[in-house]
Design a protein around this ligand. Structure first.
Ligand code: C2E
Ligand code: MG
Ligand code: MG
Length: 612
């Protein structure tokens, strides 16, 4: 600083002046800059040489009119200080807000000699505040309102509707085939798809409606001025149509559908949470009735939803109460019809509802993350049963146990199994774990890891429901499994159904080329048996040879049966229908159709549709 400046502004050697992160600018009474600190230079982008002697007007933006500056000078003259937000321009042209306090500095005679401005850059602060607002109320992926904002708007809409005696509709939309996108094309593609869906949904609505993403692939829509169910149905139809157009994902087309549940206020609920949960229950109903549709809430849906949550509660106690049972279904080799293995299939002996099949409770256990405990019980019980068979002097048998993808998340799973095998003194090769193709592909790298750990100690592995998922040949090889189990849907009406017959034959050939054992499941007729035998299928499982039965019943059969083939061989627990079929000398098409009709209730899990 040169000697022409008053002693009061000699600041360059003052540590505070330089160390502060606030910008400091000092002008003389004419408004010429006489001193700036480093922070000033950093914030404004000028060097001190560029601004010394110049007027701060240099940094003015066009944000403020002459009245603004007049008021500032008036305040400085009257009170000696002015404070406020000013938008200035940095050297690079960027306009930004700063918070500045200007003090008039007086000399010994009480006359103003300088002005001291101390300011901070508000850009970061503003950005953070805006970002916080965005995060609090919007979904970062799709940019749609999030749950919080949706609830705020819904509460507001309900209050207005109450006053004006109007109606509000809530649509709960859940995508039907979203998981396979993540599994096959990866999470980035999944995110891309969610954004495309969000844009299409928003495009179908009026500006006053709100579409929000609640979580994952769940969207909620608020129609705040509807005259009745008809309006809501019209919008739902539009949304369904819109999502049926294929999506472009990573250079390929992807088809999707959505299930929608609708609840109306005040018809279906008085409170906000109740309204949402009723729309949710209606959405589940839409899924149950075949997806790609909408459903209105009704009291009967409510009753079903209540029963569903009661069952979920019972489920928590099922293991401790000893209500789980394993049934075993024979797997035979097709040449001599010898029993080579069994598949363990869990049943829940519910105190009031009787014996429940897995389809009734596995999805529930999965939802409530109880599958780990259930899975452990099944594996432990299968090991115990293997030991009992060994001690009963029955020939060794392989037991296949189903494991869900959720169980593979547990890094200690294989260690625990190894412990049980040792406890029961079993050969690891007696145990085969079945993971469904879609389960294996849910997180293929983790599957590779678990299967590798299993292989290392000699446990076998099979891909279950093969043909229904989206695995690639590359993964099939990396999974290093021992067997592929052709999903039973491919056996339907084989060989009359040419497409199914061709697919079955192709899968058998594929397995043979990969050196894998091929198991066909769901064999119900002698014609299917012939077809599979001719093509060299390694093992067969199905009602033709026996339904799943408790261990004691299987024991009886093992002691009395040499071959599971041929009309003279005894059947497991032949029911009336089965006895009639046996008397028929084979399975008639009527029988097959009857069994097929029973299939939906036996669908193993929620998302087992074939993708052809
Ligand atoms: P899965 O592993 O594919 O088991 C075969 C299913 O097909 C069994 O149904 C079996 O009873 C049925 N099945 C066998 N042969 C025939 C046939 O000829 N015709 C027809 N229509 N069906 C046949 P189940 O016992 O109801 O089990 C359904 C699914 O539940 C299983 O499918 C499996 O994915 C799952 N599951 C069963 N037990 C367990 C378990 O302990 N853990 C896990 N994670 N899943 C299990
Ligand atoms: Mg299985
Ligand atoms: Mg299967």
């Amino acid at each position: 600083m040169d000697g022409t400046k008053p002693a009061g502004v000699r600041c360059r050697d003052c540590t505070v002046f330089e160390a502060t992160s606030d910008g400091i600018v000092i002008t003389d009474v004419q408004g010429n800059i006489v001193e700036v600190n480093d922070a000033f230079c950093r914030i404004m982008g000028y060097s001190s040489a560029e601004v010394l002697g110049r007027n701060p007007r240099l940094m003015k933006s066009d944000r403020h009119g002459p009245e603004f500056y007049k008021q500032m000078w008036r305040s400085l003259a009257e009170t000696g200080v002015w404070q406020g937000e000013v938008w200035d321009r940095r050297k690079d042209g960027e306009i930004f807000p700063k918070w500045i306090t200007i003090n008039a500095i007086k000399g010994p005679g009480g006359r103003v000699t300088h002005y001291l401005g101390v300011f901070s850059d508000l850009t970061g602060f503003r950005k953070t505040a805006a970002e916080l607002e965005l995060l609090a109320h919007y979904d970062p992926l799709t940019g749609l309102p999030n749950r919080v904002l949706f609830r705020e708007r819904l509460a507001h809409a309900m209050a207005l509707a109450r006053r004006a005696s109007r109606k509000v509709a809530v649509l709960f939309a859940d995508l039907d085939q979203f998981k396979p996108v993540n599994d096959t094309l990866g999470h980035a593609a999944g995110d891309d798809l969610l954004c495309q869906v969000a844009a299409r949904l928003a495009g179908c609505l009026r500006v006053s409606d709100t579409v929000s993403r609640l979580a994952g692939d769940e969207f909620t829509i608020l129609l705040d001025e509807v005259s009745g169910a008809g309006d809501a149905a019209r919008v739902a139809r539009k949304l369904l149509d819109e999502l049926r157009f294929p999506f472009a994902l990573g250079g390929r087309e992807w088809r999707l559908s959505v299930s929608i549940g609708i609840a109306l206020y005040p018809d279906d609920a008085t409170g906000l949470d109740e309204l949402l949960s009723h729309a949710d229950a209606a959405m589940y109903r839409a899924k149950e009735s075949g997806r790609d549709r909408f459903h209105f809430f009704s009291r009967s849906i409510h009753a079903r939803a209540a029963a569903h949550s009661a069952l979920a509660e019972d489920l928590r106690r099922a293991i401790d109460q000893g209500e789980l049972v394993l049934y075993y279904q024979p797997q035979i080799e097709p040449v001599r019809g010898r029993l080579v293995g069994v598949e363990a299939l869990v049943r829940w002996n519910h105190p009031r509802q009787g014996l429940l099949p897995p389809a009734k409770f596995i999805p529930l256990a999965e939802e409530s993350r109880q599958l780990g405990a259930w899975g452990d019980w099944v594996l432990r019980e299968a090991c115990r049963q293997l030991r009992v068979w060994r001690e009963a002097d029955l020939p060794p048998l392989r037991v296949a146990v189903n494991v869900a993808a959720q169980q593979f998340e547990d890094s200690r799973l294989v260690d625990r199994i190894a412990g049980w095998l040792i406890e029961e003194k079993l050969e690891p090769g007696q145990l085969e774990l079945e993971i469904t193709e879609s389960g294996a592909m849910a997180n293929p790298e983790r599957t590779v890891e678990r299967l590798h750990e299993m292989k290392a100690i000699g446990i076998r592995a099979a891909i279950d429901d093969f043909g229904t998922g989206y695995s690639s040949l590359a993964y099939l090889q990396r999974f290093s499994v021992d067997a592929l189990k052709i999903d039973r849907s491919f056996l339907r009406d084989v060989p009359e159904d040419h497409e199914n017959a061709m697919l079955c034959a192709a899968m058998i050939a594929l397995g043979q080329n990969l050196g894998l054992r091929i198991v066909a499941e769901g064999v119900e007729t002698n014609t299917q048996l012939e077809f599979l035998r001719e093509r060299g299928c390694d093992e067969l499982q199905g009602y033709l040879f026996g339904r799943p039965v408790p261990a004691a019943q299987l024991d009886m059969l093992r002691r009395t049966t040499q071959s599971f083939l041929g009309s003279s061989s005894p059947r497991l627990t032949p029911g009336r229908g089965q006895r009639a079929q046996q008397a028929n000398g084979g399975r008639t098409r009527v029988t097959t159709r009857r069994l097929r009709a029973a299939q939906p209730s036996q669908a193993p899990d929620g998302d087992r549709r074939r993708n052809r």
